[in-house]
Design a protein around this ligand. Structure first.
Ligand code: HEC
Length: 238
């Protein structure tokens, strides 16, 4: 069974998952080539244009909503109320209701490109078998979860990955045959690891959790999930 509640955003505080109170649907990177080009262009634009973006506008309504949430939610276990505090990316996505203008989009992606972290040993591939377990698991970060137990990625809640798993969500695109279609190049491998680690670095206000940046998955777990998508032997690519 896949636990979709974990990924409910914005309204999920009751379940202690405000962690995912992030953003909205970002640009669909339909091909990795397109995704890479977009990043390059954006970076270039970011250096050329001095984008001035107001810090989050504290409208009366936004302020009242935040106060209401702060008053309603209580810290329970690892689900602490400080999850209501948004970082700059989340603040901007909320401000523009997940549909920011181009300049803001470029800024959000640039902020998160800077935050991207790759493994020090340079190895991006783990074991696809471990990756499949992580993709299946929706455990983690809720008040009822044991904080000592490693969290899952719950990828199936939003993506199709294999032909054998019939239960999956479709908030995100199907990732079936991901590596086979994209090719197993270094560039795609790097994109895939980076995307799982911090989705906002590639599509601003994405609905996809920032697994590495948010401390949901460890570096080793991200390597495993990357292998699930990029190992030719993985059922994703069969
Ligand atoms: C809450 C829903 C959600 C979850 C959970 C989720 N994703 Fe996503 N994912 C998305 C959405 C929406 C997109 C498309 C928008 C974007 O690119 O950010 C996406 C895009 C992607 C892409 C880019 C696809 C492309 O065509 O370039 C990859 C790779 C990916 N997800 C992998 C994963 C993996 C691996 C996991 C589990 C560790 C995962 N996702 C969990 C929602 C999700």
């Amino acid at each position: 069974m896949i636990n979709c509640t974990m990924m409910n955003k914005k309204v999920s505080g009751v379940f202690g998952t405000i962690f995912f109170a992030v953003s909205g649907i970002g640009l669909l990177a339909t091909t990795a080539i397109a995704a890479e080009t977009a990043v390059k262009t954006d970076n270039k634009m970011n250096t050329k244009i001095d984008v001035k973006i107001d810090s989050r506008k504290e409208t009366a309504l936004a302020k009242a909503a935040l106060e209401m949430m702060q008053a309603s939610f209580k810290t329970r276990g690892q689900a602490s109320v400080d999850r209501l505090q948004q970082d700059e990316t989340q603040g901007l996505c909320s401000q523009y209701q997940d549909n920011p203008p181009k300049a803001v989009r470029v800024r959000i992606e640039a902020i998160n490109q800077k935050l991207l972290k790759y493994p020090a040993d340079g190895k991006l591939l783990g074991s696809w078998k471990e990756g499949e377990k992580i993709a299946q698991s929706g455990v983690g970060k809720q008040f009822s979860d044991n904080p000592e137990t490693p969290a899952g990625g719950n990828c199936y809640a939003c993506h199709q990955l294999t032909k054998t798993e019939l239960s999956y969500g479709n908030i995100g695109p199907s990732l079936y045959n991901f590596g086979k279609v994209r090719g197993y190049s270094e560039a795609i491998l790097k994109y895939t690891y980076g995307k799982i680690s911090n989705s906002e670095a590639f599509s601003a206000c994405s609905n996809m959790p920032r697994f590495g940046h948010g401390g949901i998955l460890t570096e080793q777990q991200i390597k495993h999930v990357t292998a699930l998508l990029m190992d030719p032997e993985s059922p994703v690519n069969k």
